[in-house]
Design a protein around this ligand. Structure first.
Ligand code: AMP
Ligand code: ZN
Length: 458
């Protein structure tokens, strides 16, 4: 039985759905900069959720948005649009900023073996759907117009605060002194914003040239692809108080429903025990990890050392040790692969692994099972079992490290080039001699339909 922790109920609940397809919505990245490893921890969690559900036999219909408009420098719709700010600072058009960082994000997630959700969709492709959603909210009496835009009337919704479990009264007491005196309550948030003349990203709408507030995109897009009610909504813990609270409010306003049955949130990644920040110079990316000579997947491994609902501390020592464990794991797997078939307790390990992942995605516990199997007497059948576990873990346990071109020393790439020419000229004697030479130098070359592939012999 699969159990997951539901932030909404504050309980670990049995996962139940109608039919065999699980409908999921994940709040995706705001593409104004490169994703840092903290952001990527959130998407490794998303990926593990996908793979655990699949391992349990479910099919998935999963949507992740790309926020390319509307996310202000403060989550509570104040400040400047993050994309516009980056566009102004870098002197690049907003669409180009969004395209550039979306592409970088998709590359990063690929490197971390994070599977693409079935739909990856952009906010700016859904402006009409958002406007319609705002109209529904206004029609039902939950929105009002000011000179600045359309606002959600939080006083109208008695359940406001239901996810963060704070009452309207307490939320108000904690709210900052409001500068906008047209708003009925300081908690009211922007659904649709009237664009000043000089604002670049704006669309014609019922209320003139406008742009959307941040929260409305997720409500409108989840409804379009998943319906008014779906199974799981995921995000980071920082989304609970404002973004997801407001998403639920918008749905209650438009459809009267809480859109998701289960709300799941992943905890933060800390760096050297503290916050990542540009001013401290400690915002790292996957490229930074690779540039220091570690595998990108070492970060995936590191994220498995802590449960997704616990904070995880990143240090360079920790990534070094994760990298070593990953290499060790691959070596032990190879030893199993080359051994005979005698194995004990396969079902016991299978059950222990399943119990761990089904206990609210307890990957640290699942990894303990993996290590138990790795350290066992060597057997081909354990190798098979480990591959089965890797369907969830996606650590490429069976891959002897494929080497990127950039990492190949010059003397090796020279030999590869000579060998390529030899093969083109059908000089197989030279080609074989060079293959043996490479082997002696610690590299195994494979001839594939896409050309030569190199593996480092560990
Ligand atoms: P953003 O691109 O700012 O919208 O954030 C993308 C995702 O990264 C969200 O799910 C955030 O909750 C998550 N996130 C941001 N900072 C961190 C961090 N330091 N650790 C873990 N997740 C984070
Ligand atoms: Zn969202």
């Amino acid at each position: 039985m699969l159990k997951i922790y539901n932030t909404y109920s504050r309980e670990k609940e049995e996962f139940k759905t109608d039919g065999d397809t699980v409908r999921i919505y994940t709040c995706g990245p705001t593409v104004y900069n490169y994703a840092h490893i903290g952001n990527l921890r959130a998407y490794i969690f998303m990926d593990i959720l996908r793979k655990v559900l699949k391992y349990n036999g479910y099919k998935l219909l999963h949507v992740m948005n790309i926020t390319d408009v509307g996310h202000m420098t403060s989550d509570a719709d104040e400040g400047e649009d993050k994309i516009l700010k980056a566009s102004r600072e870098k002197q690049i058009k907003p669409e180009e900023i969004a395209d550039m960082y979306t592409e970088a994000f998709l590359k990063d997630i690929k490197k971390l073996n994070i599977e693409d959700p079935e739909y990856i969709i952009k906010a700016t492709d859904h402006i009409k759907e958002m406007e319609e959603y705002v109209k529904d909210i206004v029609r039902n009496g939950y929105g009002y117009e000011t000179s600045k835009g359309i606002y959600f009337d939080t006083d109208k919704l008695s359940t406001y605060g239901e996810l963060s479990r704070v009452s309207l009264k307490d939320l108000k007491a904690g709210a900052r002194i409001e500068i906008d005196d047209e708003k009925k309550s300081p908690l009211d948030f922007a659904l649709w914003i009237k664009a000043p003349e000089e604002h670049i990203m704006k669309w014609n709408s019922k209320w003139g040239m406008c742009y959307p507030g941040w929260h409305i995109e997720c409500s409108a897009m989840s409804k379009k692809y998943l319906g008014e009610e779906f199974d799981i909504h995921t995000g980071g813990v920082d989304h609970i108080q404002i973004h997801h609270e407001n998403e639920i409010a918008q749905s209650r306003g438009a459809t009267g429903k809480n859109p998701a049955k289960y709300w799941m949130h992943s905890e933060f990644l800390l760096i050297d025990g503290g916050k990542m920040s540009k001013s401290l110079g400690n915002v790292y990316t996957v490229d930074d990890i690779e540039e220091k000579g570690y595998y990108a997947l070492a970060f995936r491994y590191l994220s498995f050392t802590s449960h997704y609902r616990n904070k995880l501390n990143f240090t360079w020592d920790a990534i070094e040790s994760a990298n070593n464990s990953l290499i060790n794991m691959k070596k032990l797997y190879q030893e199993h692969l080359n051994a005979n078939e005698k194995a004990y307790d396969l079902d016991k390990y299978r059950e222990k692994f399943l119990d761990a992942i089904n206990d609210d995605l307890n990957i640290p516990m699942a990894m303990a099972v993996v290590w138990e199997v790795l350290r066992n007497n060597k057997s081909k059948n354990y190798a098979k079992l480990l591959l089965e576990f890797d369907e969830v873990l996606s650590l490429n346990i069976d891959k002897i490290n494929q080497i990127d071109k950039i990492e190949i020393p010059i003397e090796i790439s020279d030999i590869i080039e000579t060998r390529k020419i030899a093969r083109e000229n059908k000089n197989f004697i030279l080609s074989d001699t060079l293959r043996d030479k490479l082997f002696d130098m610690g590299y195994k070359v494979l001839d594939t339909s896409e050309g030569q592939k190199l593996e480092k012999i560990q």
